[in-house]
Write a protein of this length. Sequence first.
Lengths: 346, 314
Amino acid sequence: MLMTAPRPTVARISPAPCTDDTPLLAVRDLTTQFPTRHGWLTAVNHISYELQAGRVLGVLGESGSGKSAMLRTILGLQPKSTRIAGEVLLDGRDLISMSAAEREDMRGASVSMVFQDPMTALDPVFTVEQQLVETIRRHSTLSRTEAAARALELLQTVQIPSPERRLKAYPFELSGGMRQRVVIAIALVSNPRLLLADEPTTALDVTVQARVLDLFRDLKHRMGMGIIFVTHDLAVAAEIADDIAVMYAGRIVEFGSLDDIVRSPQHPYTRGLLEANIRPGQHERPEAIPGSPPNLAKLPPGCSFAPRCHVAEAACWEAVPAATTVAPGHGVRCLKAAVSVETVVR
Amino acid sequence: MVTLILRRIAMAVPTLLGVTVVIWLLLSILPGDPLAFLLPQDASPADRARLATELGLDQPLPIRYVDWLFDMMRGDFGYSPFRRREVADLIAAAWKNTALLAGFSAAFGLTIGISLGTLAGVYRGSAIDRFVTGLAIVGLSVPSFWVAILLLIVFSAQFKVLPAGGMATLDGGLSSFLGHLVMPVISGSMVSIAITARVTRASIVETFKAEFVDTLRAKGLRERQVLLHVAKNAISPVLTTTGLQVGFLLGGSVLIETIFSWPGLGQLVFNAIAARDLRIVQATTVVIAATFVILNLLVDLLQMTFDPRQKRAA
């Protein structure tokens, strides 16, 4: 679902037809702002979407587009000075207005997170087993031995070879891919309803990347959890996502099924991202998007992509474009896109 | 693990040997004639030569060094002609007294320093943090002898609640024993408190920035559990400075022991320097250096138990 500031033109976009009425996760008008010397920096800017259980939402965008800030806000990991508005409803319960104690209980239980860099995500002076067991015992009443057995089981779930030996290992004794599997195992401790993955394959070698992606796909099918998979790499998103949200300067500028986004991208930014990728059989150099993202503390009044856009016109600089539905489940925030689609329809 | 410890100990031996060479050379090339202090002004050259032979001062430098080293290894630190006692006995007695003071000072200083530093690190930016940081700067910049004198003026001269100096044994009762310790411990551990608090605070703040802290929170650990993880990660620099602090305390503070007439190493070495009693100065310096080397060894071994990565690095 995509929402905008001017309410009347709000377009409701649900990701593909679904069986259940209440979504697993409903983010409504979420805004996250950090204080800086130059005023409030809007990292997440009025974002709304829904996620059904068993589906993967790929969040695509450059660094600094607010992807990680959005995940952290969902889990409540942002610094204390942060200003947050909006709702994050997990099975109808608002995670934003929760008390600190409720949030502690929610983390790692119904919502888990996998971080980008497995080299730094694990505590270096505790063994894999200690880090798994403390998480298991935090969310259950298992005894130490029962928890250790469950830890072993989890390492098997994430397909770590010779798991008995790895349990006793310290993170520095494991490879990057293996560490990321441990991080994922920790996230799976209590079969969360929602898994947040913050560029979980970016820091890995390409071959390891492919295997970790396989693992995510496997988890989605077997455990039926909803996954938000943040990445800057369209190829990675295409491997795993059912739906794609393209983020730019803290806003979702385009939302649709993977097919919609790849086959008929509407936003010039999405098209730019697609063109920046190399396709099989391509001979010419990939086209980079000129310029760099705007300063989030001083956003322009109009479309934040306008300064870099080659089709921008005067109207684009005046107001933030409203979200428009171009096809069922496919929305975009671009004046030009809407026009072009209408032309196509006509 | 045992071979590792043995290897570390073996590595400490050349360090200690180097230290003895430097100490011995420095004190041997110092101007001033120890014989002049021992002999009457009208002593004849024959008397001088006889005393020099008796003390071994007529031998060439390297021979005298090796003799001294082997004597020391046998526990023979020589005879102090000024104090008319075996140097080893003098040092043993003084070391016991200094160790008592150092033990109390270290326990007091490290407990307060680590607690204050942890508080400041956990509540960084708060009023507690500013208070601790300010206190640490005061502790580092105010000379310990000045604090000692101030304490003396207030608690001994003015209110007459604490003894002005000296040491008491437990035989004289617990309150007298502790009473004699209070002021030397407070003035002597001020610097330790300041340094330990600062290092602890910095290490805790730095560790809280690490990404694994996000993972700990993301998996739902309570803030108290997160702090335990952070503490274990932050302990390494604290241990390193702790080793140095305890080393300084065990070396005996010349100023504090002199002010409070505490019969420890500091006072022993102070009097020995004044009397140009080289044997005591040499021996005390070696003992202090050995204390440092051993403490650093202990710190290294302790760090290995806290950080598994260092085991592999070693």
